[in-house]
Design a protein around this ligand. Structure first.
Ligand code: DGL
Length: 266
């Protein structure tokens, strides 16, 4: 296997596949390596130090596999660890954040709801994002403990998932939000249920497509002479490889074989 030319992508678990699908669509010739840190999911209720340590470990693995750019396909890990990764790795590090800017542009009534992990909502990076882009728009935030676990289990539309989505979404709707930000990369996989609860007049926004475009720009600008390797998708997990293969095949829409991360990266 060629050990260069790859783009590494990681998340606390399977949620980052909602970003990876946009990357695959935009960059069909790239070798993509995805790590689901499902052995440590959820990140949302972990300390910044913990998430930083996991992000560093995974970035080292991706570099060892030939990654020449890394996408943190996780809002929580971006808030906790993007600065540290940029300090320690001499390659483009693409981070992400809840879609506050596009939501502020899209809202018609000036009320926006944010669904995200408690870690993201409590972060300095999120506070800075609101400071910069909220302007006159009222932004209502809602932490969503338990939703990530439902997606990890492949429970995208069952009764418990619907109940949780309802519990978290209704207070935002009751306050008049006409735009909901899916501020965690797991949540696009729940978009059908969220849209069902929210009704047709509420817009859902996330940043997966924008992150893919940003990645494309960064590699064109910063790695102009690189040659991408053969287009392949490679998947790794720190969780159970059998379960990950099942769930990730369903989310990816094609059969994928997920390998276990080597022990030293677990
Ligand atoms: N997918 C994640 C995010 O975008 C993290 C979820 C979690 O592990 O809590 O925030």
């Amino acid at each position: 296997m060629q050990k260069t030319g790859a783009i590494g992508v990681f998340d606390s678990g399977v949620g980052g596949l909602s970003v990876l699908r946009h990357i695959r669509q935009l960059l069909p010739n790239e070798r993509l390596i995805y790590v689901a840190d499902s052995g440590h999911v959820p990140y949302g209720d972990k300390s910044r130090e913990y998430i930083e340590a996991r992000s560093l470990t995974i970035a080292r693995f991706l570099q060892q596999q030939g990654a020449e750019a890394i996408v943190i396909a996780c809002n929580t890990a971006s808030a906790a660890a993007a600065a540290t990764l940029r300090n320690q790795f001499d390659m483009p590090i693409i981070a992400m954040e809840p879609a506050v800017k596009p939501a502020v542009a899209a809202t018609r009534n000036g009320i926006v709801g944010v669904l995200a992990t408690t870690g993201t909502l409590a972060s300095a990076r999120f506070a800075a994002l609101l400071e910069r882009y909220a302007g006159e728009v009222e932004i209502i935030t809602q932490g969503c403990p338990g939703l990530v676990e439902q997606v990890e289990a492949g429970e995208l539309a069952g009764a418990q998932t619907r109940a949780l989505v309802g519990q978290y979404t209704r207070p935002l709707l009751a306050r008049g939000a006409d735009t909901l930000i899916l501020g965690c990369t797991h949540y696009p996989f729940l978009a059908a249920v969220i849209a069902d609860v929210a009704g047709g007049n509420v817009a859902l926004v996330d940043t997966g497509a924008a992150v893919a475009r940003h990645l494309q720009r960064r590699i064109q600008e910063e790695l102009p002479s690189r040659k991408s390797a053969h287009a392949t998708d490679e998947f790794f997990t720190s969780g159970d490889a059998g379960q990950a293969s099942r769930i990730m095949s369903a989310l990816w829409g094609a059969d994928v074989v997920v390998k276990q991360l080597p022990q030293e990266f677990m």
